[in-house]
Design a protein around this ligand. Structure first.
Ligand code: ADP
Length: 396
């Protein structure tokens, strides 16, 4: 059974074809610069990466280029489209409509469309990807896997903002949370790692990548998470501010003579560790700049560590303790510095870091010393595999 996993963004289409007998990735790739010019990078599992400039005026052309690559005599891994048994789509926002993955029907598409208003950058290209797939791969079942679905178990005390209640009723303004497939996957693996049944474990999962969020997972359910109505809330991120006083928005509009949209753009794209440091949003660059004596890179990193640690503290309170804290995603899996500095704030709980294991990158491991008050783990995430497993479970 081969499952094609698609992640369709505004100008890119990422794909993986996974053979579910053994869960092996047969090929993966990305169509970039859709609507601009177009480039395809395609990597078969048993061959070299293939890169080509191909005209990609729209997403349908991108799906076509991906299929050409998958079917190609030299770089391809299948000989006919029928070898794709089902398609799993990563959908960013399912609002309150979807609390689990579903087979895509006309009704489901309408639900995804209704969420375009609250996820204008993500849901429209997700829908276009579904429609392009329907056109070029007719008859192949498609499943939607939502970033928000795992967090639909948040209780009202966690998801309601203290705004006039009518805005929740009228506009569904509330915390939704994102990175749900990642938090679900790493929390399940972490429970296995510590040998505790998932439905009895308390876990704090830290997905630290370009976007970053933390989730409190209690008895297998998300009970709180740092991202909110949009992915802007919560932690300091590569280019996103995370939490700020909302009064800053109107103040900046007045002072800089700019619109609300302009401020939103600053908060999403020019803030975070990039805005603070003026160096980069990439932690490799920031760590190098700090080592070279750059003070603003150093303070940007400190702000980041402090916010991550404080959010872990919130969730220790929310769940009345935790069995493990888990690091994942680009930064969480690869930065010994970030893990060590965050763990420093947990020393009062008896958390001690094993530096040899903390030096490992991208492998599943425990980084705390024996007898630590809370165990701290690194679990590489695999959102594509979650999407493929859900798709398989649904289409059978
Ligand atoms: P996203 O999918 O949100 O773009 P990823 O989970 O791929 O993010 O994480 C990307 C980030 O991971 C990069 O911006 C970089 O800051 C960080 N990263 C990757 N490798 C390392 C490393 N060796 N050390 C520190 N940070 C790293």
């Amino acid at each position: 059974m081969n499952i094609l996993v698609l992640n369709c963004g505004s100008s890119s289409l990422k794909y993986q074809l996974i053979d579910m007998n053994g869960e092996n990735v047969l090929a993966k790739g990305i169509c970039e610069r859709i609507g601009i010019d177009g480039r395809l990078k395609h990597s078969p599992a048993d061959g070299d990466e293939f890169v080509a400039d191909v005209a990609l005026p729209d997403h349908t052309e991108a799906v076509g280029a991906m299929l050409d690559a998958l079917l190609d005599k030299e770089h391809g891994v299948i000989s006919e489209i029928g070898e794709i048994n089902a398609i799993g789509h990563r959908i960013v926002h399912g609002g309150e409509y979807f609390s689990a993955s579903v087979v895509i029907t006309e009704d489901v598409k309408r639900g995804i469309e209704k969420c375009c208003d609250i996820a204008p950058l993500h849901n429209p290209p997700n829908l276009v990807g579904i429609e392009a797939s329907e056109k070029l791969m007719p008859g192949i079942p498609q499943v939607a896997v939502f970033d928000t679905a795992f967090h639909q178990t948040l209780p009202p005390k966690a998801y309601l903002y203290a705004l006039p209640y009518e805005y929740y009723e009228k506009y569904k303004i509330r915390k939704y949370g994102f990175h749900g497939t990642s938090h679900r996957y790493v929390s399940e693996r972490a429970a296995q790692f510590i040998g505790k049944p998932y439905d009895r474990a308390k876990l704090i999962t830290c997905h630290l990548g370009g976007g970053a969020s933390i989730c409190a997972v209690e008895n297998g359910k998300s009970v709180d998470t740092t991202m909110g109505f949009t992915p802007l809330e919560g932690l300091v991120m590569g280019t996103r501010s995370g939490d700020i006083d909302p009064a800053v928005i109107s103040y900046l509009m007045q002072k800089e003579h700019i619109s609300a949209k302009d401020v939103e753009n600053i908060l999403n794209k020019k803030s975070g560790v990039l805005g603070l440091s003026g160096v980069s949003s990439d932690f490799r660059d920031l760590e190098a700049a700090k080592d070279a004596g750059n003070e603003r890179a150093k303070i940007a990193l400190e702000v980041f560590f402090y916010k991550v640690a404080k959010s872990i503290g919130e969730y220790l309170v929310a769940m009345n303790g935790a069995d493990a804290v888990v690091f994942t995603a680009g930064i969480g899996e690869n930065s010994p510095l970030v893990r060590r500095e965050v763990c420093r704030y947990l020393a009062f709980l008896g958390v001690g870091v094993d530096e040899a294991r903390n030096a490992l990158r991208g492998v599943e491991t425990e980084i705390t010393t024996p007898g630590s008050g809370i165990r701290v783990l690194v679990v590489p995430t695999n959102e594509e595999l979650v999407i493929a497993r859900d798709t398989l479970a649904i289409v059978g």
